[in-house]
Design a protein around this ligand. Structure first.
Ligand SMILES: CC(C)(COP(=O)(O)OP(=O)(O)OC[C@H]1O[C@@H](n2cnc3c(N)ncnc32)[C@H](O)[C@@H]1OP(=O)(O)O)[C@@H](O)C(=O)NCCC(=O)NCCS
Length: 160
């Protein structure tokens, strides 16, 4: 089973490969990161590590035994005890329960290690797998919104 790790500098090549290999797959569900993301990858990655060190973002990767990155689970915009959850799993690992398990682990870390009291998430209605991941991890639907020009649901997970 892949293991969840906090993002490190040495993960960078595998993260870039993961984003490249799954770009079209992810873009079917969430907005494409754009060519700039790939062109400016090193600088953006360095910025992410700075935010991690500052405690405003908590990025994680799922790493297979081979060292390949097969998923990312991020807590972003940490403020007032809360953060926004985001995740993506490699196409070749889809439907194996990785997102469900990784979000469960990050949820535990959020409470026990990062000292957060709630997590927020949003998912468009055309992404049933994402809704399942959230609902199976104790996220409760709290509202409707438009996200990326599509109808979506906002969720909260209280950690205490
Ligand atoms: C959403 C995503 C993270 C799910 O990852 P995953 O590892 O395949 O998810 P899991 O295997 O944990 O499955 C979660 C649930 O969704 C269900 N599911 C998977 N694909 C589905 C589909 N196309 N339609 C309906 N349900 C689906 C699974 O059966 C499972 O439910 P179950 O436990 O009741 O059987 C992955 O598809 C992804 O990275 N998508 C692109 C990025 C994205 O959408 N991120 C989320 C933005 S809100």
């Amino acid at each position: 089973m892949p293991v969840l790790q906090q993002l490190r500098l040495d993960h960078a090549p595998a993260v870039l490969e993961f984003e490249r290999e799954n770009r079209a797959y992810f873009a079917a569900s969430v907005p494409d990161r754009g060519d700039e993301f790939f062109a400016e990858f090193d600088a953006r990655y360095a910025q992410l590590l700075k935010w991690q060190a500052a405690g405003t973002d908590y990025p994680h990767v799922l790493v297979a035994e081979s060292g390949e990155v097969v998923g990312r689970v991020n807590l972003i915009g940490v403020a007032d005890g809360s953060a926004e959850l985001g995740y993506r799993i490699a196409q070749k690992c889809a439907g194996q329960g990785l997102a469900t398990a990784a979000v469960r682990e990050v949820r535990k870390l959020a409470a026990a290690h990062y000292g957060l009291t709630s997590l927020r998430a949003r998912a468009t209605l055309d992404n049933p797998a994402s809704h399942r991941v959230l609902e199976r991890n104790g996220f409760v639907a709290v509202g409707e919104l438009t996200l990326n020009d599509k109808p979506a649901t906002s969720y909260i997970c209280e950690l205490r």
